[in-house]
Ligand binder design. Structure first.
Ligand SMILES: NC(=O)c1ccc[n+]([C@@H]2O[C@H](COP(=O)([O-])OP(=O)(O)OC[C@H]3O[C@@H](n4cnc5c(N)ncnc54)[C@H](O)[C@@H]3O)[C@@H](O)[C@H]2O)c1
Ligand SMILES: [Zn+2]
Length: 260
């Protein structure tokens, strides 16, 4: 994530979306308008200022973050996206309060990291939702307390959630990238103060529609890239967190198993 430290956003420190970010614009080039990758003589675009899944890459200097020299790269790579995104979405973007009720839609590496963030924040109930029930065991290990597979119900899942939480959850996280689920997440939050965080990335042409009364009555809908974390200044903290508090190894295993 680039951080020029000069633009309006960087100066405000309320956001990590620097003007130099390529997210949503997808120009696919570095700041000097070039990509350093080619394939068979043709240029290959750079993905959101990084381009990973490669042994070497070139990134803009304002997008480089220093990490601890002892950090094991096969595990610490998760701090570069999945873990930081999920954990930050709960702790920084939503600012989950102790004793609250959270629902997490989607239990991939990012969703599991949201669960960790909710747990560390002291949430008393964390409801995990996924179409694949095999995901529930791992979610439980990370702190989820309730499990819902929408396939087991013949009515909208927001209705089920509203019922089981006395009028709605405090925080809902959409960690799939499905606009239908985003609306469900919003509907599942409590009127007056419920907060929905969009973490999943929907297809670039997707749009979302919902009854404006949902937000008129006080629900908040927001989203965060990379969990709202300013990586260049937070990398060390995240690394310490990684070593001391959570065991990312389990997520790495899960991702490797998925790839197999
Ligand atoms: N905001 C950010 O900065 C950021 C960063 C990284 C990833 N992402 C996005 O986060 C999302 C999750 O990433 P991931 O790697 O964890 O994905 P993943 O594919 O590993 O996990 C998605 C999970 O959602 C479940 N799912 C799919 N459709 C569902 C539905 N309709 N209802 C319930 N569950 C459903 C799947 O079974 C799966 O377990 C993606 O959209 C990704 O692009 C966002
Ligand atoms: Zn900036």
């Amino acid at each position: 994530m680039p951080q020029c430290r000069k633009c309006k956003c960087c100066v405000s420190s309320d956001t990590n979306i620097c003007y130099q970010n390529d997210i949503g614009k997808y120009n696919g080039v570095l700041l000097d308008k070039t990509s350093r990758f080619t394939c068979k003589g043709k240029p290959v675009h750079n993905f959101v200022s990084t381009s990973t899944f490669t042994e070497y890459t070139v990134v803009d200097d304002i997008a480089v973050a220093k990490i601890h020299r002892d950090a094991p790269l096969d595990k610490v790579c998760l701090i570069g996206c999945a873990f930081s995104t999920g954990y930050g979405s709960a702790v920084k973007a939503a600012k989950v309060k102790p004793g609250s009720t959270c629902v997490v839609f989607g239990l991939g590496g990012v969703g599991l990291s949201v669960i960790m963030g909710c747990k560390v924040s002291g949430a008393s109930r964390i409801i995990a939702v996924d179409l694949n029930s095999d995901k529930f065991a791992k979610a439980k290990e990370f702190g989820a307390t309730d499990f819902i597979n929408p396939k087991d119900y013949d009515r909208p899942i927001d209705e089920v959630l509203t019922e089981m939480t006395e009028d709605g959850v405090d925080y809902a996280f959409e960690v799939i990238g499905n606009t239908g689920v985003m609306t469900s997440a919003l509907k599942s939050t409590h009127f007056g103060y419920g907060k929905t965080i969009i973490v999943g990335v929907a297809p670039s042409t997707a749009t979302i529609s919902f009854d404006p009364m949902l937000v008129l009555t006080g629900r908040v809908l927001t989203g965060a890239v990379f969990g709202g974390i300013i990586f260049s200044s937070g990398a060390l903290v995240l690394y310490i967190l990684y070593v001391k508090t959570v065991h990312l190894y389990c997520i790495v295993q899960q991702i490797l198993q998925r790839e197999e």
